[in-house]
Design a protein around this ligand. Structure first.
Ligand SMILES: C[S@@+](CC[C@H](N)C(=O)[O-])C[C@H]1O[C@@H](n2cnc3c(N)ncnc32)[C@H](O)[C@@H]1O
Length: 281
C-alpha cells in the first residue's frame, strides 16, 4: 500500500511537470500527501493509482490538484511597509507621469492574486495617491488580478470579506473603501471598477502586455529554478520598457534572468525592467 502510494506520487509529480510545467519535486512529502488524499476523496477515486489515471485524462482535475497544492494564504496590506515603499517609489511617480499624458492608462498586473486582497490593496494605494493629484480622477486604471485557482478567483470577484479578513486594514481606509453590511465588508464600487480578475497559469505565455507594474508576491517560492526562469522571462515580456516588478520579501531574482531587471529597492524587492537589449538574449 505504502509502495503504491509512493509510486502514485512519483507519477503525479511527473505528469504535472509534463502537462503544466508545474514542478512539485520541492514540496514536502506530507504536504503533497495531504493535497493528493484530499483530491482522491473529492474526485470519487478509490485510491491514488486510480486518481493518477483520472489526472491523465482530465485537465479540470489537473487544475483542481494544482489549486490544492497552491497555498492561497493572503491578506490586505500584507507586509504594509512594502506597499508604502511601492506607493512612494513606483505608484506615485507613475500616476503623475500618466496624468500628464492624454488618453493614457495605468496598467498593473497582480499575478498570483489568490482571493483578491493583494489586488484590492494595490487599487486602494492607487486611489489614495490619485486623491492627492489634481485631475487624478481622470486617469484610467486597470489592475488585473490573475491566479490558477478558480475557487480563489470567485472570492476575489465577489469582493466580500469577513471582519477577521479586514482587520489589518487601517480604520480610515476601511470606512472609505468598503461598504459594511450583514454579510461582511464589500469593496467599494470605485475600487472594484479599477480591477478585473481572470484565470491563467503564470508559466504560460503572459496574458498581459504593456504593463507598467507587476506585483507577484509569495508565488515564486513555490517554483523550481527552471520554472522561476520561465516566470521571470514572462514578466519581462509583459512589462513595457521601464516597467517595474515587485516580489515578496523572501523572494528574489536568481541566475541569468536576473540581468533582465535592475534593483530599485532591494529590501522591498522592487525591480525595474532593464533597458539593456543584450540582457534579453
Ligand atoms: C500564497 S498565495 C499569494 C497571494 C498573494 N500574492 C499574496 O502575497 O498575498 C500564492 C498564489 O499563487 C497562485 N499560484 C501558484 N502557482 C501558480 C501558477 N502557476 N499560475 C498562477 N497562479 C499560481 C496560487 O493559486 C495562490 O493563490
Amino acid at each position: 500500500m505504502q509502495a503504491d502510494e509512493e509510486k502514485s506520487y512519483d507519477l503525479i509529480r511527473r505528469h504535472l511537470l509534463k502537462a503544466r510545467g508545474f514542478d512539485i519535486s520541492g514540496y514536502s512529502r506530507s504536504f503533497l500527501g495531504r493535497a493528493v488524499r484530499k483530491r482522491v476523496g473529492r474526485s470519487g477515486c478509490r485510491h491514488a493509482m486510480e486518481y493518477v489515471a483520472l489526472l491523465r485524462k482530465s485537465e479540470d482535475e489537473i487544475n483542481e490538484l494544482i489549486a490544492a497544492l497552491s497555498v492561497n494564504v493572503t491578506d490586505f496590506f500584507r507586509d504594509s511597509g512594502a506597499f508604502e515603499a511601492l506607493t512612494e517609489q513606483v505608484i506615485a511617480p507613475l500616476a503623475s507621469l500618466k496624468i500628464g499624458l492624454c488618453w493614457s492608462t495605468l496598467r498593473i498586473w497582480s499575478a498570483g492574486c489568490a482571493t483578491g486582497q493583494e489586488t484590492y490593496t494595490i487599487a486602494i494605494c492607487v486611489a489614495e495617491e490619485l486623491k492627492k493629484i489634481e485631475q487624478g480622477g481622470d486617469l484610467v486604471v486597470r489592475i488585473q488580478g490573475t491566479d490558477l485557482s478558480r475557487a480563489a478567483l470567485n472570492v476575489a470577484e465577489r469582493g466580500m470579506y469577513s471582519e477577521a479578513q479586514v482587520k489589518a486594514i487601517p480604520k480610515d481606509i476601511l470606512s472609505e473603501h468598503f461598504i459594511k453590511d450583514d454579510s461582511g465588508y464589500q469593496v467599494s464600487p470605485g475600487i472594484r471598477r479599477m480591477t478585473r480578475f481572470s484565470q491563467s497559469n503564470l508559466l504560460d505565455s503572459p496574458s498581459q502586455k504593456f504593463v507598467d507594474l507587476i506585483v507577484c508576491r509569495n508565488v515564486v517560492i513555490y517554483f523550481s529554478r527552471p520554472m522561476h526562469d520561465v516566470l521571470v522571462r514572462n514578466f519581462h515580456t509583459a512589462l513595457r520598457p521601464g516597467g517595474c516588478l515587485m516580489l515578496g520579501r523572501t523572494e528574489t531574482l536568481m541566475g541569468p534572468p536576473r540581468r533582465l531587471f535592475e534593483a530599485v529597492d532591494h529590501e522591498n524587492r522592487i525591480f525595474r525592467k532593464s533597458d539593456d537589449e543584450h540582457a534579453v538574449s
